[in-house]
Design a protein around this ligand. Structure first.
Ligand SMILES: [Zn+2]
Length: 64
């Protein structure tokens, strides 16, 4: 079920443990190739999901 959530540009949101759909808050870059999607629910819970915007493997980068 997280497959689409893992796409950086996806607008899908996860369901909170309370049963409601969470709100997408922001995408925070953590490093050159990783970012964290922040989701929040009205009940106060937060959900962080690590995503890799540069998921397409680059041979050039690998060789560097
Ligand atoms: Zn909730």
């Amino acid at each position: 079920m997280f497959d689409r959530l893992l796409e950086p540009n996806s607008t899908d949101v996860p369901d909170c443990a309370c049963g409601k759909a969470m709100r997408y808050v922001k995408l925070e870059k953590r490093s050159e190739d990783a970012a964290v999607k922040h989701f929040q629910c009205d009940c106060g819970r937060e959900f962080l999901l690590m995503v890799w915007p540069e998921l397409t493997f680059s041979p050039a980068a690998a060789a560097a």
